[in-house]
Design a protein around this ligand. Structure first.
Ligand code: ATP
Length: 342
């Protein structure tokens, strides 16, 4: 077994930041912990790293207890690499000095030749060879984060902890750095715990995702399970921006309240069926002029290059719809239907 968290609870005074969490992932798996601000993601990561004590419960890796209420293996004795949102680089150290820094610790058992080889490999893996003598002030944001990544992997740690490593970068750079993170996972085969509040990042990178809310796990699963088969309203709306349509389920067929929006052949969790709700993603709704759908009015339209994001008001409810159709405008009367998966 890789990383195992059992009955983990963390209180700050009377406030419970982590409430009795349990999960495990295999060695070499990439876990993303996804949730809104304040849900306890960073606290969880800090406990796994050993920066923070627990109030209750244990963290183990490879069947060795790293953290429990009474006993904590010091951070420097854990085989960990860490990357933070802020990069955490020192202005007076070159790229190479940053990457070599972890190798100077007493726990590093490599000889000089092995250390040089490890630094060379990490620098090359992060494509920093030509700039290894530069200082952080002479690097772009993406290059700085590559230095932080090279430093994190130079000791070949078993566990890599990443706290929103891409959130300080602009949108385009974020996309290209995802490749870097995937390469690191492939090269190191480390067990990765990756904190983010960006749904698309978690879906794109992780083998498993945990959705956290108010210090608890809402759902854990593969990206496909989380996206296609949410088990709570929070997961449905937070991850895939689903509309929560009210109506009635009869066996496997859903009818909206007006009877005109009919959903068939969609896998929906019993949780929603029992509440007579159908989560419908914005890309699963078609806007049409055919009058046999649910009637509404376009109240907002935003073009994002690939598709339009429409808001359609039907009764009291605003529905989000992503569509490649450009012909509808604010104020238009339209009808909504379910788009079955092809
Ligand atoms: N040292 C502390 N003392 C008191 N409360 C704390 C402490 N550290 C965190 N908290 C509280 O615990 C909760 C969880 O914080 P945490 O930093 O883990 O959230 P997060 O999900 O990482 O949020 P963000 O995405 O904004 O960083 C928050 O309500 C926070 O105010």
């Amino acid at each position: 077994m890789g990383l195992k968290i059992e009955n983990l609870t963390k209180k700050f005074g009377d406030f419970t930041a982590i409430n009795n969490i349990n999960f495990s992932i295999n060695k070499g798996e990439f876990l993303a912990i996804l949730g809104p601000s304040g849900c306890g993601k960073t606290t969880m990561l800090r406990i796994i790293a050993g920066f923070e004590k627990t109030t209750d419960g244990t963290v183990s890796y490879d069947n060795q207890v790293l953290t429990s209420k009474d006993n904590t293996v010091p951070v420097e004795k854990r085989s960990l690499g860490m990357v933070f949102q802020s990069f955490a680089l020192w202005p007076h150290m070159t790229v190479r000095e940053h990457v070599e820094f972890p190798l100077k610790s007493k726990r590093c058992k490599m000889n000089q030749e092995e250390k040089k080889k490890a630094a060379d490999e990490a620098i090359e893996a992060m494509r920093l060879t030509s700039m290894q003598d530069r200082y952080p002030g002479q690097l772009s944001g993406g290059q700085r984060q590559r230095v932080a990544l090279a430093r994190a992997i130079v000791e070949k740690p078993q566990i890599l902890l990443m706290d929103e490593p891409l959130s300080a970068l602009d949108a385009e750079l974020k996309m290209s750095m995802r490749r870097e993170i995937q390469d690191i996972h492939r090269l190191t085969n480390a067990t990765i715990v990756y904190i983010t509040h960006d749904q698309s990042e978690a879906l794109a990178l992780a083998d498993k995702i945990i959705i956290m809310k108010d210090g608890e796990i809402e759902q854990m699963g593969t990206p496909e399970e989380i996206y296609q088969n949410p088990k709570t309203e929070f997961v449905a709306t937070f991850v895939s921006k689903s509309n929560l349509m009210e109506g009635e389920w009869e066996n496997d067929i859903f009818h909206s309240k007006d009877g005109k929006f009919i959903v068939e052949n969609k896998k929906v969790d019993e949780y929603f069926k029992n509440r007579n709700i159908c989560p419908v993603r914005p890309d699963e709704i078609i806007i049409t002029k055919d009058t046999d759908g649910t009637e509404g009015v376009v109240v907002n339209r935003q073009y994002n290059g690939r598709e339009n994001h429409y808001t359609v008001k039907a009764g009291d409810v605003d529905y989000k719809i992503y569509s490649s159709d450009t012909e509808y405008h604010t104020g238009d009367k339209v009808y909504l239907k379910y788009r079955e998966a092809i």
